[in-house]
Write a protein that binds this ligand. Structure first.
Ligand code: ZN
Length: 405
């Protein structure tokens, strides 16, 4: 359990300091008067905080804003190069690693492949080697590294920094942050699951710029969900909220790798192409499909392959019903479709929209937008960096968060 710190002068000072720093971080460059407007601190308190942040190299003053008459104001910039973070996404057969500045801008990145079911120890060694290479190539010292954000598939314990279980990686109870902490004792290390990490990028650089309550559905090899309520990701009791792929859509349906039957992931992802494709293959001797990967089925469908088209229609139907269930459950501002499958949205989005739009709220004239993400593939790594950065700059109101910058 997280313990709230006792109220004290020291705590108030720290909260105010982080409040000012975060205003600059999110809105830089920004004028001093705009900061004053937003944080309502006395002139001397604000000056003291600004001076302190400047002395620490977290902010600096730049040029002057365009004239609105009268004296021109200097602008305050956030020092993005105050430190660096490393973002890691662990996939089934590769790690993606990026070096970013403190604004989550990717400076350099690379992927390193590995065999399926590689042990956590070997993957951690790969992360260490790649991380050091990226730092060296970008003329950074190990002391510049302030945070590491790790995104993994499966159920993650964010507080302990461990992967509780990932069937895709074949990992169980892996204390990944402890393993990395031994190698990088000065960096703050955080772990979350892939789709929640991606959603941090949506919050800061994508749909979150206009919406406070939205859902991110990732489709492709599997089916993921992240739930944003009042700009916070909803984690549920043990961090597992969003296992939308394992909600039931067909009673007594296909066996799922989770141990249940009829899970939505078996119908609204690449799994459906494998399941249904093998059943129907014999009826379509003319098909050009050899395997049932999402990209292959989507491309064959666009070329008019009848089996691929049928599979795509079926997948879209189930996804549409799944999305309708989400709308009826959460009444979100918007649903964002992301993931590898979203690249092929021309093949399924219209049908998904048609079905999803026949929902409870539509009957009273409330429309829920369904959009394709506007972020690029590297948003996963941006999100991993934000996982670390957001923690580092969070107001330290809990005992466990005293470290900070
Ligand atoms: Zn399942």
């Amino acid at each position: 359990m997280r313990v709230l710190r006792n109220g004290s002068k020291e705590l108030i000072k720290e909260i105010n300091r982080f409040k000012v720093l975060n205003i600059v971080r999110h809105q830089h460059p920004i004028s001093r008067s705009e900061i004053t407007k937003q944080c309502d601190l006395g002139v001397s308190t604000l000056s003291y905080i600004m001076e302190d942040l400047k002395n620490q190299g977290l902010i600096y003053e730049v040029g002057e804003s365009s004239s609105t008459g009268g004296r021109r104001a200097k602008l305050i910039e956030f020092n993005k190069d105050f430190g660096s973070t490393i973002s890691v996404k662990i996939e089934e057969t590769q790690i993606l690693v990026a070096l970013t500045n403190m604004d989550a801008e990717i400076l350099s990145n690379r992927s390193v492949p590995f065999q399926k079911s590689t042990s956590p120890e070997v993957v951690v060694d790969m992360i260490e080697t790649t991380l050091k290479q990226l730092l060296t190539e970008n003329n950074k010292e190990i002391t510049d590294l302030l945070g590491i954000g790790i995104l993994s598939s499966g159920l993650v314990n964010r507080h302990e920094g461990s992967v509780i279980r990932s069937s895709m990686l074949g990992w169980k109870n892996v204390s990944i942050t402890d393993m990395l902490k031994i190698k990088f004792p000065n960096a703050q290390i955080f772990v979350d699951n892939n789709i929640n990490g991606y959603t941090l990028a949506e919050l800061e650089k994508g749909e979150g710029q206009e919406n406070n309550n939205f859902l991110v559905v990732s489709i492709g090899a599997g089916l993921g969900l992240s739930v944003v309520i009042d700009r916070k990701i909803y984690y549920g009791s043990t961090g597992g909220a969003g296992e939308f792929g394992h909600t039931s859509i067909v009673v007594d349906g296909y066996d799922c790798h989770c141990g249940q039957q009829g899970c939505l992931e078996m119908y609204a992802s690449e799994f459906y192409f494998h399941n249904k494709g093998e059943e129907l293959m014999h009826a379509y001797p003319e098909t050009i499909l050899n395997t049932f990967q999402f990209s292959e089925v989507a491309e064959a469908a666009s070329e008019g392959d009848p089996l691929a088209k049928e599979l795509m229609h079926g997948m879209a139907k189930y996804l549409g019903h799944g999305v309708r269930n989400l709308i009826n459950t959460f009444n979100p501002d918007k649903i964002v479709i992301a993931g590898e499958g979203s690249k092929y949205h021309h093949q399924f989005l219209d049908k998904v929209k048609r079905i999803a739009n026949e929902n409870f709220f539509e009957k009273v004239g409330i429309k829920t937008d369904l959009v394709i993400t506007r972020l690029e593939d590297d948003a996963w790594l941006t999100g991993g960096a934000l996982l670390a950065i957001n923690h580092i700059f969070q107001e330290p109101i809990y005992e466990q968060m005293k470290a900070g910058v």
